[in-house]
Design a protein around this ligand. Sequence first.
Ligand code: BG6
Length: 486
Amino acid sequence: MPESQLGTTIVIFGASGDLTRAKLIPALYRLFQQQKLPSNFKIVGFARRPYSHDDFKNEVLNSARNVLKDAYNDEDWKRFTDMMWYSRGDLATPADYVTLEAFLEQIDAGAGNRLYYLATAPEYYVPVVENLAAINATDETDGWRRIVVEKPFGTNLETATELNTRLHAAFQEQQVYRIDHYLGKETVQNILFFRFANAIFEPVWNRNYIDHVQITVSESVDIENRAGYYEHAGILRDMFQNHMLQLLCLVAMEPPLSFNGESLRMEKSKVLRALRPAIMGNTVRAQYEDYTSAPGVKPDSTTPTFGAVKLFIDNWRWQDVPFYMRSGKTLERKSSEITVQFRRPPHLLFDLPKGKRLKPNILALCIQPDEGIHLRFETKVPNANDVHSVDMEFRYGSSFKNIKLPDAYERLLLDALNGDNALFISDREISLSWKFIDTIVDGWAGDHAPPLVKYKRGSWGPSESDLLMEDDGRVWRMRCGQEPPV
Ligand code: BG6
C-alpha cells in the first residue's frame, strides 16, 4: 500500500495518567476538530487498569471536558472517540506487548504507521522501548515507526546517555522525538521569526551592541502534589536543563540554514557546546519558606525551588556578554520573558537635566502570559530639554484578535505525526545540556556550594538573586506588561 494511504495509529503508553488526560487527548481532539489528524487515524491507550474501551473513553471524557471548555461538543467527541480503543497491559510485561501488537494488527489490518507516545513514569521508558523492540514493533517495513519521549530525559549526563543508548538500540535517532513543550509555544517559535524574518535586529544581535540578556521563567504555583518527583528534580533539572536552556539556545544561536530539524538542532547544539562551565559564585540556590512542610517533602530537604545563574557563551558573537537566568516556584506571578538590554549610546550630545542619564534600549520578548514584544527607547520630552523612555508595543491579543494561541502539545503532536523533528530535542542537545547542568548540580552539592537561602512566597526570590545583578550594576527587569513607564 502506498505510504500516503496507510492509516496512522497513536499508541499512548501510560494512558491512565494525568498527561494523557490533561494534555494529549485534548490536543488530539482539537487537531481532529481542525481536520489536521491523518485521515485514517486511530488512538490506542495502553495501561494497567482493567478498562473496557468504553471505560477508557469515559475516563478521559471528564478531564477533557474540563480542559476543552467551549471547544468540546458531544458530536465531535463521539466521532473522535469512535477512533479510540484501549488495550490493557503491564508496561514491564513482555507478553502484554504481544497482545497489544495483535490488537494493533487487527485494527490497522496489518499495515500502518505508528506513533508511540511515552506518557509513563520515566522508569518505564526503557522497558517499553525494549519490549517494543522484542516484538519487532520498531521495524518500518509496514509503515513508519516513531517514538515520543517526555521529560525528564535522564537525571544527569550519565543516565541520559544510558537512556539514549537504550533508545538507539531499538530506534534510529530520526525516529525519536524528545519533547520540550516550551518549543511548542507559539511565542517561543516566534523568537526565531523575530530574529530571522526581520533584517533590522540581527546586525545588532551581538556583543558589540548587547549589554546583557535576561531570561526569567517565574511560576506562582508551588510544587503542588508533585513532591515525589520534585524532591529529586529541584529547579535545575525541572526547568533549567530543558526549558531555560532551550530558550537560551533560540536567543543565542547563529542563523540556521533553514527551519528544519537538522539545521536548527545543529545550531542549538553549538550554543550548548560553547557554554562556559558555570562557577558557583555566579549562582543562587534557594527554597521557598514553607517548602519542607509540604506533604512528601523531607523536613531537612535541601531541594532548591529557585535558581539564578549568570553564564557566558564562549564564541565570536557572545564573548563576555552575561546571560542571567532565573526560575522559581511560588514567585510573585507566572511570567516567562526574555529581556535583551542594549549598550548605552557611546557619546552624550544632549544637554539633559542635572543627574539625568540616558537609559539603555530594552527589548522584551514576552512568552507568557501577556504574549508580545516590547521595545523601549528614549524620546525627547516635548518643549523641554529632557528625555523620557517610551515603549513600542506588539501584543498578540491586539494584533491577532481572532486567533487563539494553540496549546503547545497540538503543534508538537502534529509535527511528530508529520515527521518534522525541528521542534524536538536531539540526543546531542540532551547530552550537552546535562553536561552544563551537572556542573551546577554537583557544585551545589559540594564544598563550594552557595548557601541554600529561603525566600518568601509571592516574592521575586531571595535578595541574593538581586545582588547577582546589582554586583554587576544591573537589575532584573520585568518588562512584559507590568513594569511602569519611567
Ligand atoms: C514543566 C515542569 O516541565 O514545566 C513544571 O515540570 C512547570 O514544574 C512547567 O510548572 C511549566 O510549564 P508552563 O508551560 O506552565 O510554563
